[in-house]
Design a protein around this ligand. Sequence first.
Ligand code: 9MR
Length: 374
Amino acid sequence: MIAISLSVFLLASSMESGEEPALKEVFSEYFHMGAALGPSVLRQEVPEATLVVEKHFSSITPENDMKWERIHPQPGKYNFSLPDYLVNLGEKKQMFVVGHTLVWHNQTPAWVFHDEQGNLVSRDTLLARMREHIFTVMTRYQGKVHGYDVVNEAITDQGGLRESLWYKIIGDDYIEHAFRFAHEADPEAELYYNDFSLASPSKREGCIQLVKSLQSKGIHIDGVGMQGHYDMSYPDLKELEKSIVAYSELGVKVMITELDISVLPWPELAPGAEVTSRFKYRPELDPYKEDFPNSAQEELAGRYADMFRVFVKHADKISRITFWGVNDGTSWKNNFPVRGRTDFPLLFDRNYLCKPAFHAVIATAINQAPPLPD
Ligand code: 9MR
């Protein structure tokens, strides 16, 4: 009730002033509203982006700049400059800052897994490198980065463990080591497992097994991050809901960590966000290059509203919704899984103005959108 009346009040007062309400305020009783920031936004080089971020978001994640290849490109060499911008902004605006990501198979330099002769290192060497990396990053940002995607994308679409170099060299306990090191390095930080396609039944099962196995060994895990790289038909909302409920029943927080809804056709049948899959550009895969018609805007707004009705319904389980980017023009979706397309996956357009999808999302917070279909 409090949330609804606060939202109505905020909406009424922002309408009076002719300004749009702030996402983070309208949803403040429900969950954090977050965004992933790229380098120019972190350096505050784009005033429109800074205005949107500071007004609308209560949580920030670096889109790329805390990934191993950026923050720790060579042995003993760390680049802290952009992550420092992130935590400074977080401190200034009292935001919930998320570190993304400590252990992943992508965007990790080859030297991490190899010795000087180019051979794979031993399990002990890789564990020592993992520990040193986690401790260096987390110790520096203790109290400033509040939650980490400790392990990213370790599960296959079938629900098993991905045979990454982490897995091959260390073994299937690499995930528990990553979580143990992270908890030792900063006992106050929230620790998450983060992955895509977590609304799909087979992957949901794999994720449940992983979390249960960590918990059975007494390993600290606070949450599951469901990367929301969605489109106009995926995921099925019932499956999305089932996953939110299933992860929450494990006693962990649920987050929608990388939300964007692509309006473009997927080129093949392969779902998900595995960044190595790419397809050749064809004009028919880029239907809105010249014009994004109102009808398509409205469909996107409807899809966002449907999804947010699920999120609001389960607000007691969800602690944060993070959009993967600030505006359409800078979204990674313009280049994935086909380079050079024009996509419209976020709430702010290429001029950083609110889209119909923005207003549709706001309406779900004040229960003004029609109810979910059965
Ligand atoms: O948005 C990121 C994009 O700029 C990078 O080129 C890409 C490279 O791996 O990573 C993107 O972010 C990914 C995120 O870190 C993990 N989940 C999938 C995201 C989209 O690929």
